[in-house]
Each structure stands twice: as structure tokens, then as C-alpha cells.
Design a protein around this ligand. Structure first.
Ligand code: ATP
Length: 300
């Protein structure tokens, strides 16, 4: 097996040249030779690679910090605990968090003759993330949009995902390069949109809804995160942002609201999401995971 860092530095140099329409001395040995920024070639490779992946779902948000990665990791754990084979593609190249949430901090990707080998979490979730090609987790990924998109395409086309029931794709917030590329390139069963009840977060949700509709990607539903806190004494739901406005937004756009996730104070400072059944966050995602699984299984 060769280190992905070696392959990656070679690819990034070469793709930088491709993106600028030039060729460099490294193009001769570039793994993307003849297929780098070439959309039909990516399409073919992605479709072929994903032929053993039954369902593909992207998790998106209009705004950063609303809990999209947390929800992605929690859904992956729940779907895996339901007995399905699950992979997570962390497509948030500039702010990768999935390895931390799934207990894979510090893991590096390796290559084999079958492609890039995903890392495996303790719960059997396969993970690929840009953080796994960096020298350390505090190294920033300072890449322009086209290079980030190329890396995401490569993570789909060149990763040996094997047979999976569900591949969850954690996208960066907003309607930029990577969400656009993933929605265009990966045949998705649908997207899950995460929002809080803050008005700014909801404003950007409407843009995501319209983007998905323009690209003809089904919207599986809206998840309202940190929508309430449960009083530890009486169990009453305390709505931190006032009465939920997400439900009204969901109705306005004709999108199902598939769940409300409480703010879990025990989540603060926790890196790896606990799966011992004691985590309020993980357990509150269970009905949402069941609904998503049911929905895509019955759409197929
Ligand atoms: N339901 C929740 N209860 C408690 N803390 C939460 C909850 N959801 C998310 N958080 C916390 O909020 C912060 C932001 O979450 P997260 O990184 O998942 O957001 P994000 O939308 O993926 O952000 P970005 O896209 O900017 O990377 C994290 O510290 C996370 O632990």
C-alpha cells in the first residue's frame, strides 16, 4: 500500500496544472492523467465505483455551524446500528470534522491496487475525509474551489467503498462548488437539509431547497437541529430560539420536516459520538434514521 499523501501531492500538482489549462512534468505520472477535469470521465468512473452502493444521500445546510456534520455522523451510526453497511464521505474539504466525530482522528488513508482504502470506525462505518490526507489535524486545507471539487470527485471515483447499503455525503454549507459538484456528479437518492430555527440559517435553507430542485435532486426532508432543550427536572421542552419556525418553512416549500433534534449539553467537548445508548443526541436521531431508511428503501 502506498501513502495517500504521496498520491495526493502528485495529484494536486497535476490537477492544478489541469485546472489552469497547462501541463507540467508531473502530468506523465499523474493518476488523473486523461481524466482529471474531464466531466464525462469522472461520470463514468463515479457511476462504476458506486455500482455496489445501494443508496446515496447528501447532508446539506445553508449555513455553517448548524450541526450538519454532527447529524451526518449520528445518522451514520444509527443506520449502521440498524444493521446496514454504511460509509461517510466527508466532502467538507476545508472544514473536515467527520473523523473526530467517528473516532478516527489521526487516521491516514492508504492506497491499494483496488483504489483508496477508506478508514473504518469502531462501529464499522467506512470513512473518507480530506483530514486523512493532511499531515496533521491542525493543518489547513488551503485549496481553491476546483481543486477541492477534484478531491471530492476522486474520493467517490477512486475510493474502494466496496458493497454499501448507504453512503452519506457530508457537504460544506451553502451552494458553492462542492455541493454543486456532488449534486451533479453523484446519483443521489436525495438530500437531507439541516437547519436551526435562527432566521439566517432558514434564509439560506430556502436557497438550498431551490438549488436541489433546480438540479432535480429529491429532498428527503428537513431536520431542525438544536430545536429545544429538555428540562432535566420536569422533562419539558424549552425552545431556545422561541417557537419553531422551521415547520412553517417546511410547509411553505412543501418539504417534509423529518425530525427535531434537541440540544444535547453532554455533547459539548465530546469528540467521538458515544454509541452506548446514553447519548441523547445519537438516540434522538434514531427515528430520523429509521424514517430516512424507510423512505429511500420504498422509493427504490
Ligand atoms: N444537537 C446538538 N447538541 C449539542 N451540540 C451540538 C448539536 N449539534 C451540533 N452541536 C455542536 O455544534 C457545533 C457545530 O456542529 P457541526 O460541526 O456538526 O456543524 P456544521 O454545520 O457541520 O458546521 P460546518 O459546516 O461549519 O463545519 C459542534 O461543536 C457540535 O458539537
Amino acid at each position: 500500500m502506498s501513502s495517500i499523501n504521496e498520491m495526493d501531492s502528485q495529484t494536486s500538482e497535476a490537477c492544478k496544472s489541469c485546472n489552469e489549462g497547462k501541463s507540467s512534468s508531473r502530468c506523465d505520472t499523474c493518476p488523473s492523467r486523461g481524466k482529471g477535469g474531464d466531466k464525462p470521465a469522472w461520470d463514468e468512473r463515479i457511476v462504476k465505483r458506486l455500482s455496489d452502493v445501494k443508496h446515496r444521500i447528501a447532508v446539506v445546510s445553508g449555513k455553517g455551524g448548524v450541526g450538519k456534520s454532527t447529524i451526518t455522523a449520528g445518522l451514520a451510526l444509527n443506520i449502521s446500528m440498524m444493521g446496514y453497511r454504511v460509509g461517510v464521505l466527508d466532502a467538507d474539504v476545508s472544514g473536515p470534522n467527520i473523523p473526530h466525530l467517528l473516532g478516527l482522528e489521526g487516521r491516514r488513508l492508504m492506497g491499494s491496487e483496488l483504489g483508496i482504502e477508506p478508514a473504518m470506525s469502531r462501529n464499522g462505518v467506512k470513512v473518507v475525509s480530506s483530514e486523512m490526507v493532511l499531515t496533521s489535524s491542525d493543518t489547513p486545507m488551503i485549496w481553491r474551489g476546483p481543486m477541492r471539487t477534484t478531491l471530492v470527485n476522486q474520493f467517490v471515483a477512486d475510493v474502494n467503498w466496496g458493497v454499501l447499503d448507504f453512503l452519506l455525503v457530508d457537504l460544506p454549507p451553502g451552494t458553492g462548488d462542492e455541493p454543486l459538484s456532488v449534486m451533479q456528479m453523484i446519483p443521489l437518492d436525495g438530500v437531507i437539509i439541516v437547519s436551526t430555527s435562527s432566521s439566517l440559517s432558514m434564509l439560506d435553507v430556502s436557497k438550498i431547497i431551490n438549488m436541489a430542485r433546480d438540479l432535480k435532486v429529491p429532498i428527503l426532508g428537513l431536520v431542525e437541529n438544536m430545536s429545544y432543550m429538555q428540562c432535566p427536572d420536569c422533562g419539558k421542552k424549552i425552545r431556545l430560539f422561541g417557537e419553531s419556525k422551521v415547520e412553517a418553512l417546511a410547509m411553505k416549500y412543501g418539504v417534509p420536516l423529518i425530525g427535531e433534534v434537541p440540544l444535547d449539553p453532554s455533547n459539548a467537548g465530546v469528540d467521538e459520538m458515544p454509541v452506548d445508548g446514553k447519548s441523547l443526541l445519537v438516540s434522538s436521531l434514531r427515528p430520523i434514521a429509521e424514517r430516512v431508511v424507510f423512505e429511500v428503501n420504498h422509493r427504490a
